[in-house]
Design a protein around this ligand. Structure first.
Ligand code: CTP
Length: 395
């Protein structure tokens, strides 16, 4: 349920803050991407670097980025849009009171207000505090406001006393988070989405082929993003240099001809995303045995492969959304918009091999989403871009 999901982990200043490091790990093991925001007092219990190293992302404490961080002061808004779920564990009485009254005096509380996602709050404090009238009232208020609350466990507390106030076990928080995520209807709920990814191989003989360095990262990211928005996804992929998440239904192919046959099986899908780097040419003659170098001809005769996206454009079903890619080295937007028109696609996601940090094997990308009357640029990790593009098209 949490695979491919984006979770903000909010950590406030209680001794259970150290347990949030284990929670972060478990979210990651479940396939989620995690960013951490801490209140200033949480940093007295656990160092920023712990969460920064574990999450692989800067940790946000103040609304204004800390020295050396690259983001902007609007990051509470960006993070609020980014997340599928915001989990505050542990949540102190102080932060709880701020949430109940809408105070936004640090990154965590500001992101609470900016978040579009559901928010799960795990109140954690000493037993007497938890039972106090103020805390009880605030808990009631936030539940009425639509926040999810996971009640604390009872037992031995850091003060040495026994009572209700312990941070629930990591598994229980994970289960609650999964339940919340599972109950959200994504914009692609009930839709069948086909994503093609990776290169195709056009064999010359059993040991040689024509191909390209596509890793499949962008295509797999698109498939995961579609799945996280509720779609029933099938990934059709050539030989990839990355692993495919276990929960993604996938079909493997080798050549463009195989890809064409596989795509035709799903031509009625609601959405087809052609992220595969399809070979445009295939040898006219395929040798059944390895061609010996002394007998090899100095030329290989090639013929064009089927343009699958153009074929899909010609056979497009009503209401079907067809999304193609365009990888260019020059005249990016001009070439991409001519592909949009010629192939009768609804959108083309164009990128240039010349852009820094973009291209076949990189984890990041800069892409332009071209629609019939719109154009928008996205920059960042391929995973983030994939979610943002699908949200832009389908939300
Ligand atoms: N595509 C396809 N079948 C092909 C070639 C490309 O379906 N035989 C799809 C790709 O998956 C991509 C889009 O068409 O979604 C554009 O691919 P690209 O390689 O950028 O363009 P080409 O059509 O091959 O044109 P050119 O090589 O001239 O840039």
């Amino acid at each position: 349920m949490l695979s491919g999901k984006r979770i903000i982990l909010g950590v406030t200043g209680g001794i259970a803050a150290y347990k949030a490091a284990f929670l972060l790990r478990e979210f990651q093991k479940a396939g989620a991407e995690v960013r951490v925001t801490m209140t200033p007092s949480a940093t007295r219990f656990v160092g920023l670097e712990t969460f920064a190293s574990l999450s692989g992302h800067e940790v946000a404490v103040d609304i204004f980025p800390e020295k050396g961080q690259s983001s902007e002061w609007t990051r509470h808004i960006n993070w609020g849009e980014w997340a599928d779920l915001f989990v505050i564990a542990p949540c102190t009485a102080n932060t709880l009171a701020k949430i109940a009254t809408g105070i936004s005096d640090n990154m965590l509380t500001s992101t609470v207000l900016a978040a579009r996602s559901p928010i799960l709050i795990c109140p954690t404090m000493d037993g007497e505090m938890y039972e106090s009238p103020g805390v009880s009232k605030n808990l009631q208020t936030i539940q009425e406001q639509g926040y999810h609350v996971l009640e604390p466990d009872s037992g031995y507390l850091a003060s040495g006393l026994e009572g209700k106030g312990r941070l629930p076990e990591v598994e229980d928080i994970l289960e609650k988070a999964s339940d919340i995520i599972g109950s959200i209807e994504g914009p692609l709920e009930g839709k069948k989405v086909i994503v093609t990814a990776g290169p195709t191989r056009e064999h010359i003989d059993p040991v040689r082929f024509i191909s390209n360095p596509s890793s499949g990262k962008m295509g797999v990211a698109m498939a995961q993003a579609a799945q996280s928005l509720g779609a029933d996804v099938t990934l059709i992929h050539g030989p990839l240099s990355i692993s495919i998440p276990d929960d993604l239904h996938s079909v493997s192919i080798v050549s463009t001809a195989d890809l064409f046959e596989a795509v035709k099986e799903f031509q009625d899908a609601d959405v087809i995303i052609m992220a595969a780097a399809v070979s445009d040419f295939t040898p006219v003659e395929v040798h059944q045995n390895k061609v010996k170098k002394l007998s090899a001809a100095s030329e290989i005769k090639l013929q064009q492969t089927q343009d699958i996206l153009a074929w899909l454009g010609d056979h497009k079903k009503e209401d079907q959304v067809l999304i193609g890619f365009a990888m260019e080295t020059e005249n990016l937007l001009e070439n991409a918009s001519s592909k949009l028109e010629k192939k009768k696609a609804d959108y083309i996601i164009a990128n240039s091999l010349r852009d820094k940090g973009a291209g076949f094997e990189a984890d990041t990308n800069t892409v332009h989403l071209l629609g019939k009357e719109s154009e928008q640029t996205f920059q960042g990790s391929k995973k983030d871009i994939a979610v943002e593009i699908l949200n832009t098209i389908f939300r």
